[in-house]
Design a binder for this molecule. Sequence first.
Ligand SMILES: *[C@@H]1O[C@H](CO)[C@@H](O)[C@H](O)[C@H]1NC(C)=O
Ligand SMILES: *[C@@H]1O[C@H](CO)[C@@H](O)[C@H](O)[C@H]1NC(C)=O
Ligand SMILES: *[C@@H]1O[C@H](CO)[C@@H](O)[C@H](O)[C@H]1NC(C)=O
Ligand SMILES: *[C@@H]1O[C@H](CO)[C@@H](O)[C@H](O)[C@H]1NC(C)=O
Length: 565
Amino acid sequence: MRRELCWTLLILVVGARDGITAEAISREDFPPEFVFGSGSSAYQVEGAAFDDGRTPSVWDTFAHSGRVLDKSNGDIACDQYHKYKEDVKLMVDTGLEAYRFSISWPRLIPNGRGLVNPKGLQYYNSLINELLDNGIQPHVTLFHYDLPQALEDEYQGWLSPKIVKDFTAYADVCFKEFGDRVSHWTTLNEPNVLTLGAYDIGFFPPGRCSSPFGFNCTEGNSTVEPYIAAHNILLAHASVARLYKKKYLAKQKGIIGINIFAYFLVPFTNTIEDTRATQRANDFYIGWFMDPLMFGDYPEIVKKNAGSRIPSFTPSQSRQVQGSADFFGLNHYTTFYVKDDPDSLNNNPRDFRGDMAIKLTAKADRVSKAEESPNVVYEAKLSSGTDAIPPGMQGVLQYLKQTYDNPPIYIHENGQMAFHNASLNDMSRVKYLEDYIQSLLQAVRNGSDVRGYFSWSFLDAFELFDGYQSSFGLYYVDFNSPDLKRYPKLSAHWFMDPLMFGDYPETVKKNVGSRIPSFTQANPDKCKAQLTSLDRTITPHYMSRMILIVSTTIQEIFGEIWPSS
Ligand SMILES: *[C@@H]1O[C@H](CO)[C@@H](O)[C@H](O)[C@H]1NC(C)=O
Ligand SMILES: *[C@@H]1O[C@H](CO)[C@@H](O)[C@H](O)[C@H]1NC(C)=O
Ligand SMILES: *[C@@H]1O[C@H](CO)[C@@H](O)[C@H](O)[C@H]1NC(C)=O
Ligand SMILES: *[C@@H]1O[C@H](CO)[C@@H](O)[C@H](O)[C@H]1NC(C)=O
């Protein structure tokens, strides 16, 4: 009852028209062809880094040079390479309808180009077959950060237009070998994070940046390289999509899209400056990739502020890029405030963030607390772990629907970070997932063309920012046990059961008892918190992943906990 009231209020606030009540989320609330799944990426779960002919990716090199926060690497990770059968069994237990994973390019084509590694083929064939034998759809990403080191060494990877040909040849092998059984292809995972992380701030491999930006990199040019890499990525994506449509579509009948990372952005104040700044931030973070894909060119404001530092599309490139994504994968975790920062346009030199001329901010009081004692805030936020702003899911989907004429979308990542620990009671993660899926449902009911939802992540994994310190998994992995034993958390039990059957499984209700919030009970405090202004705190996820695309102020605040190069 109270929950109903709360949602009614929320609906008033966000302006939805149909008065849905927040009863248990049920599978039937979503269209039958909608898929629910969970995800991973090759370097983060496979392990077997030196086995069966795999060569290093830029992530191996980077991690082995000690640049991950906890100095760890993905040599072994979850060892999914050897344990995929067990993992697929766990997916069946969890009731997953789909599994999102990525192919390791240097495992399939060692050195990035040329001969195909039969052991690599065998592994992905086995994984795909195992999934299909168990009724689980494979949703495959071709590139999730792990570029073959050989191509980085040869021509600097994404900085060179040569990557287009090699990436297309790699994709060709994937379509040819796996496309009879895989019908959902994503070319790249969050290129908007990759380009800034790798070439502006330099804390993702290959770790390039230039002073005064980023972390004392030895090489790079933060003012131009993110734009150059993004341009090559768009051309590479378009080339792969064209290949698929020309050579495979008629027979394989799949779809091919790309993924982006997006916050929901809210003006910090109602001033016209902050409102415009918010649009500008969306143009930079989202439009940078989506505008060329939908309209054939970068947003005007991006071209204007980046000037000669951003490459232009030739007419034929523009035609190739436009319309080359059948769908967009969306990685969405949280919401931010945007403040106008016109002074940054006077900076010289200037990087992407200066060109954007905004500051991303949490609520002001949190920022000042963070200034006093960065590590304390980091620790506190990591352990509390509840930074959900679920209405942001509906917000960002509404933005995409309006701006890009309602493109098909898969939620590829959404989930909650916590310290990696042996507790299996991740009630706050259950609440996070429940609230975000509720918000997603509102968006679907309001007409957003969303076709699937994947939680991040299925297993606790090697996380790209801090290694094994934090985790998002529905399953706890005991990285200290010799066989890397997996244990289902409460969220694993929850994830499909209420969606399928409208309630937690009996065993969970019995074991967790009254600590489980009932699906029909309100949580008035939480609702209130959401209603009053989309307040938020500095999120652990933001710490772990998106530090890279925030203001230099925040960069300085947290400077001391970052790895120095
Ligand atoms: C629902 O969709 C309509 C049409 O796009 C839009 O005007 C309205 O703001 C949307 N409601 C919410 C809550 O996003
Ligand atoms: C970065 O590239 C720009 C444009 O080519 C150039 O003007 C600038 O000097 C370069 N900066 C560094 C640090 O190399
Ligand atoms: C331990 O992990 C659980 C489950 O992921 C999480 O909910 C909890 O907050 C974590 N505890 C600490 C102290 O970090
Ligand atoms: C970069 O190097 C300078 C000078 O050695 C040092 O003061 C600063 O803390 C370093 N910055 C980072 C982010 O590592």
